[in-house]
Design a protein around this ligand. Structure first.
Ligand code: RP5
Length: 176
């Protein structure tokens, strides 16, 4: 896993608890796939508010370009980070036992005006999309990364075309 967890990370992944990691590590996997350097930390808006403030305040100066923040329940981590930095913040609402994580989703997505958090879905492709969104943000000023994204899109399209072809064959065989 942590092969791109380098000393000069471009993306910071933070989460409210280590219990979040298994649910959100697809974000890091996406960054790995694209060779993007990242770091991962546990910090909590409620349990370690001062550490969160310091991390967010220093993030840009340390060379980070995007922060991905994951939390569950009363999930204020992404919002608090966003309040202390001008970097783009991607929020991952972590699934909980309460309505599948509706509490997390609303806590992350319902930011007041002027303090945006780009919120991805709860579970499913959400955490992976957080990683991909961070990559897309970085790619705006990185042509090599942009090329990788273009090739990624082509492969996606090929995959779906193959699935469609396989389905058509199955349907055709049933008819004959
Ligand atoms: C949140 O509380 C964390 O992000 C986590 O999703 C949830 C539960 O944390 P633990 O009690 O497992 O540490 O702050």
């Amino acid at each position: 896993m942590a092969e791109n967890a380098a000393k000069s990370p471009l993306v910071g992944i933070v989460m409210g608890s280590d219990s979040d990691w298994p649910k959100i590590k697809a974000a890091a996997t996406a960054l790995e796939e694209f060779g993007v350097r990242y770091e991962v930390h546990v910090m909590s808006a409620h349990r370690t508010p001062e550490i969160v403030r310091q991390y967010a305040t220093m993030a840009a100066g340390r060379g980070l370009k995007v922060v991905i923040a994951a939390a569950g329940g009363a999930a204020h981590l992404a919002g608090v980070i966003a309040s202390h930095t001008t970097l783009p913040v991607v929020g991952i609402p972590v699934a909980t036992e309460f309505s599948g994580g509706l509490d997390s989703l609303l806590s992350v997505v319902q930011m007041p005006g002027d303090v945006p958090v780009a919120t991805v879905g709860v579970g499913g492709g959400g955490p992976r999309n957080a990683g991909l969104l961070a990559i897309q943000i970085l790619a705006i000023s990185d042509p090599a990364l942009q090329d990788k994204l273009t090739s990624f899109k082509h492969k996606l399209a090929d995959k779906i075309s193959q699935k469609d072809e396989a389905l058509q064959q199955t349907l055709h065989q049933k008819k004959s």
